[in-house]
Write a protein that binds this ligand. Sequence first.
Ligand SMILES: Cc1cc2nc3c(=O)[nH]c(=O)nc-3n(C[C@H](O)[C@H](O)[C@H](O)COP(=O)(O)OP(=O)(O)OC[C@H]3O[C@@H](n4cnc5c(N)ncnc54)[C@H](O)[C@@H]3O)c2cc1C
Length: 418
Amino acid sequence: MCVIIAGGGIAGLSLGLTLHQIGVAFHIYEAAPELRPLGVGINLQPNAVRELFDLGLQDDLDAIGIRTRQLGFYSKTGGTIWEEPRGQAAGYSWPQYSIHRGELQMLLLRTLKERAGEDCITTGIEAVGFTTREEGASLHFRNGQSHDGEIIVAADGIHSAIRQQMYPNEGAPIWNQRILWRATSRARAWKGQAAMVMIGHDALRFVAYPITQPDAQGQSVINWIAEKHVDPQSTWNKEDWNRAADIGDFIGDFEGWQFDWADVPALIRKADRVFEYPMVDRDPLPRWTHGRVTLMGDAAHPTYPVGSNGASQAILDARSLGASFLRHGLSETTLSAYEEKMRPAATQIGKANRAGQGPDAVLQRVEDLCGGRFKKIEEIIPRAELEAHANRYKSVAGFGIDALNAAPSIIPELTRGV
Ligand SMILES: Cc1cc2nc3c(=O)[nH]c(=O)nc-3n(C[C@H](O)[C@H](O)[C@H](O)COP(=O)(O)OP(=O)(O)OC[C@H]3O[C@@H](n4cnc5c(N)ncnc54)[C@H](O)[C@@H]3O)c2cc1C
C-alpha cells in the first residue's frame, strides 16, 4: 500500500521527491504518454526554492535557471515606476529563479527516477475518478484499471478529473477577458542579466525576463508574455498550454513600445514559437479533501499567472503534505492538517490576483493617474505607498523576507533520508 499520485507535473513530481525523502512509498500515474519539456518560463519564489534546496537540487537549479535579482515596473512609455531587488539581493537566504517550466519538470523527473527507481511513475494512463473508503482509496483510470492506495493525491492540473468528481457542477475555468501570448526569443536581456520587467497597464502589458545565462555574444533566452484585454463579447479558445498562435494577432498593439532600454516589437519578432493562453482561474473551494483523497497544485487552486505563484505554491503543497505525513502517518488526519495549513493562503493569493492586488497592480494605478506619462514617479505616487504595496503581496504569498528567513524547515533535516 502507498500514496497514489495522479499527475506528474511540478506538483506531483515534487510530492514524489518529498515522499521518497521521508521514506513513504508512492506511485505516480501520468496521463501524457511521455513527459516532455513543455511550456515557457516561470519563476520560483525563495520560499519554494528553499524547499528544492532541501531536496538537494541547488546545483541543478543553477545549471538550468537564472538567479533573478530585480523586478521592475515600467509605464507604456518606458518610464520607471518601481524597481526592487529580488531573491538574495533583497535579503532572502534563498534566491528566486527564472527558469524554463519544462526543464524544471524534466529535472524533477530525472532526479526522482534516479532516487526512487525508473518504475515509480507510469505514463500514458489517465485518471478519471476515485472511490474513498475507511481504510483506503482507489484511483480509477480511463482504460478500466483501478489502483488502490492508503491515500490519493490529485496533482492533475487545472482540468483535474478528481476535482471534477468532487465538484461535478463547477464547469469550465473562469476567463477574465485577457489573452496571454507566451514565447521565448534569443536576445540581450533588458535592465541587466537577471531582471524581470513588467511594462504597460491592465489593458495591455508586456513581461520579459531571461531564463538562461548569456552566451558568448551576450544573448540569453528571454521569456516574454504579451497580455491584452479583449472585447468581452469575443470568443476565446479553451485553455491549452500548447496552443500555437501568430504574432500578427497582437504585435500591432505593441508597435511604438520602443524605449532607450527596450525594443518590444523587435523582441516579439525574434520569437521561436508563440503560444496563446486565456487568463483563467477557478473559484476557491470550500474543501480540498474528501475522505482519503485530496487535491494539490493547480488541481486545488489554479490562479492567474501574475505573481509568480503557480509552481511555487505547488512545491509548497508537496512539502506541507510531506510534513503532515511525518506527523500523522497515512491517515485522513494527514490530509485535513495539510488542507488546514495550505488552503487559507492559497485562497488569499487567488483572490488577491483576481482583485488586481498582485504586485503588478501599480501599473494600472500609474496609467489611471497620468496615462503612463511622468517625469518623476514621486510626483505621481509617494515612494512609501509603492513600497507598502510591494511588501503586502509578498506577505500574502508567504514570502515576506524576515518571516521566511526565520521560519524552521517544513521537513526537518533529521527526518530527511536524502
Ligand atoms: C504542458 C504544460 C505547460 C505549461 N506551461 C506553463 C507556462 O509556460 N507558464 C506557466 O506559468 N505555467 C505553465 N503551466 C502550468 C504550471 O506548470 C502550473 O501552473 C504549476 O506548475 C502547478 O503545477 P501542477 O503540477 O499543479 O500542474 P501542471 O503543471 O498542469 O501538471 C499537471 C499534470 O497532470 C497531468 N494530468 C492531467 N490530467 C490528468 C489525469 N486525468 N490523469 C493523470 N494525469 C493527468 C498533466 O499531463 C500534467 O503533467 C503548464 C502546464 C502544463 C501541463
